[in-house]
Design a protein around this ligand. Structure first.
Ligand code: GDP
Ligand code: MG
Length: 597
């Protein structure tokens, strides 16, 4: 295929603006899929993606289209629309020369519209701005065009209108892709250089590697080398997606497709790696390969300790399909044996948890999420911790650094005050406000990821009555006035209850935790002191006073069957207690605290 007749593009949009529906329409118009075989949202083929209506994994599909009598090969590369998968987004975009920027004609520009449009512009892609859902009778095309101009400097005259639902205007989208997106450069006769932008696991064939050939040609049976990984493989099969895999004899410069090389695990295929020749001088490595960073951690425990092995198996299976998720066993005073799990972000965490519950049928207890901290100890040692209890003791810590994110909020102007207050309460650093139109604005703040993870999304939705959207990008780690806050029960530290927080929040947080514990821990024969402390300094305390009378005394000695019932009940309650020192703490108490952070 002559590169001149190839167009590689993505569709980028805020969630629900119609990306999948438009992709379906394009597949239909180009007769890549017959109307008969068309089931809605072909590209989202994972069950969960269907349920949640979001695209988790980037896909690629090859279409053929005729414009003005000339035939073109159009490769649509689907990108995950969410910030958690930003690395995959940027790799996918790097395989394209253009992007269709899709905006809902009623909703207008939203947080992820901005984030995704910026990402596409950073890669110097030609932008084809398209307003979708023009069939809606409450569409507000003029204002939406104005918002696109205001935030993204898009010329309103260049914005196409379409309805992915009815098909109106979708032909023009194809024409605009052919006319406005540049053809790929690259020479099929050069040394092979291809970018790995995704991989999926096939039960029978192993890893299926998605590539965009930048230069040269790759052929079936050829020996290739992954430059970053340093591994050499035989190409057993290669081809394109239409949208099912269709084998081809070769792929050349500008084309997008897949390679199957008998690779047994996804862990061996790195997104962003460069494929080149195994013999002779290989091509240059393509721009930076970067391991996706796990930023958010939480503990996952089986409610029933018996399910531990089953949980391990289920987590292992998940990881085969999603190497960006990691887990390792841990034990907790409170919850017994479980796993510490690392995620790219909050949405990623939610998706993994849902998959586990859907596919493995294990009842799970999830601890409050926390972020990764970098700690410098007094003797200069650098460590990275994924759980608060790993933070060294107060006296040994020189500095604790936490991830900082830049958050974009897009919201109706009447809620600006509410969100500003929320961010100020969280010690956010104000960056700027941009007005998209007379009624909508984008508010930008730098915040600690820990605060964003905590409940920012819920608060945004409640303050803006569901009209606000947010997105964030990680800026890096910054030192904060952070402390490890410990909880002591009758003088003993309960490690599962330690938290890391800003020193100025420590009082409030500490008091809240021990108040909760006081409600949940039953009285004992002796007094139980509850304390919150930073190092050896106690900052809050409560006491559970000793039990005065025997519980059964309430039964006035008479009714023996009632007494027996009470004893049975106590025994049952005992089972789910953990003893810390001599104090029995019901599991419920731990959960109440862990679940609220
Ligand atoms: P995605 O999250 O961007 O992939 O969005 P989807 O393609 O899943 O679409 C979200 C919702 O909008 C679905 O309920 C679609 O049926 C609906 N939708 C998509 N395009 C149109 C359109 O042109 N008009 C109308 N009225 N609804 C649409
Ligand atoms: Mg979708």
């Amino acid at each position: 295929m002559d590169p001149k007749n190839i167009r590689n593009f993505s569709i980028v949009a805020h969630i629900d603006h119609g990306k999948s529906t438009l992709a379906d329409r394009l597949l239909e118009i180009t007769e890549t899929i017959s109307k008969r075989d068309m089931k809605e949202q072909v590209l989202d083929d994972m069950e969960l993606e269907r349920q949640r209506g979001i695209t988790i994994k980037a896909r690629a599909v090859t279409m053929r289209a005729k414009v003005d009598g000339k035939e073109y090969e159009l490769n649509l590369i689907d990108t995950p629309g969410h910030v958690d998968f930003q690395y995959e987004v940027s790799r996918s975009l790097a395989c394209c020369e253009g992007a269709v920027l899709l905006v809902d004609a009623f909703q207008g520009v939203e947080a992820q519209t901005v984030a995704n449009a910026y990402a596409a512009m950073e890669q110097d892609l030609a932008i084809v701005p398209v307003m979708n859902k023009v069939d809606l009778n409450h569409a507000r095309p003029d204002e939406v065009k104005q918002e696109m101009e205001q935030t993204l400097a898009i010329d309103p005259d260049e914005v196409l209108g379409c309805s992915a639902k009815t098909g109106v205007g979708c032909d023009e989208v194809i024409r605009a892709v052919v006319e406005r997106v540049p053809a790929p450069t690259g020479d099929p006769k050069d040394t092979l250089q291809a970018m790995v932008f995704d991989s999926v696991y096939d039960e029978f064939r192993g890893a299926v590697t998605y590539v965009r050939v930048m230069n040269g040609t790759v052929k079936k049976g050829q020996k290739i080398k992954f430059l970053q990984a340093g591994t050499v493989h035989d190409v057993v099969e290669l081809g394109q997606f239409s949208p099912k895999r269709v084998a081809r004899p070769q792929l050349s410069a500008g084309q997008v497709g897949y390679l199957i090389c008998n690779i047994k695990s996804l862990g061996q295929v790195h997104i962003g790696d460069t494929v080149s020749v195994a013999t002779g001088e290989p091509a240059a490595k393509l721009a930076g390969y970067q391991e996706p960073k796990r930023m958010v951690f939480c503990g996952l425990y089986p409610s029933d300790g018996q399910d531990f092995e089953q949980l391990r198996e289920a987590l292992g299976k998940l990881q085969v399909n999603d190497p960006s998720f990691e887990f390792s066993p841990e034990t907790s005073d409170a919850l017994g044996f479980g796993f510490r799990c690392g995620f790219l972000g909050l949405l990623h965490m939610e998706i993994v948890q849902q998959r586990l519950e859907g596919e493995a049928d294990i009842d799970l207890v999830q601890t409050a999420p926390n972020v990764t901290y970098q700690v410098t100890s007094k003797d200069g040692e650098e460590i990275e911790v994924h759980t608060p209890q790993e933070v060294p003791d107060h006296g040994e810590v020189e500095e604790i650094r936490q991830p900082i994110v830049r958050v974009n909020f897009v919201l109706p102007t009447e809620y600006i005050g509410g969100i500003m207050k929320l961010c100020a309460d969280r010690r956010g650093e104000y960056v700027r406000t941009e007005y998209l139109s007379a009624t909508r604005a984008m508010l930008v703040y730098d915040l600690a990821l820990a605060d964003v993870v905590y409940d920012m999304h819920d608060r945004l939705k409640s303050i803006t009555r569901g009209y606000g959207t947010m997105d964030y990008e990680v800026l890096g780690y910054r030192a904060g006035d952070l402390v490890r806050l410990d909880i002591l029960v009758k003088g003993e530290r309960v490690d599962a209850l330690s938290i890391v927080c800003d020193r100025r929040d420590a009082d409030t947080r500490g008091r809240a935790v021990i108040k909760k514990l006081k409600q949940e821990i039953p009285r004992h024969m002796f007094e139980v002191a509850l304390q919150a402390a930073i190092g050896t300094r106690v900052i809050a305390r409560e006491t559970i006073s000793a039990m005065r009378k025997n519980v059964t005394a309430k039964c006035y000695g008479g009714d023996i069957s009632r007494k027996r019932k009470l004893w049975e009940k106590q025994k049952e309650g005992k089972k789910r207690m953990k003893s810390i020192g001599q104090v029995d703490i019901p599991q419920k108490a731990f959960l109440a605290v862990l679940e609220t952070g």
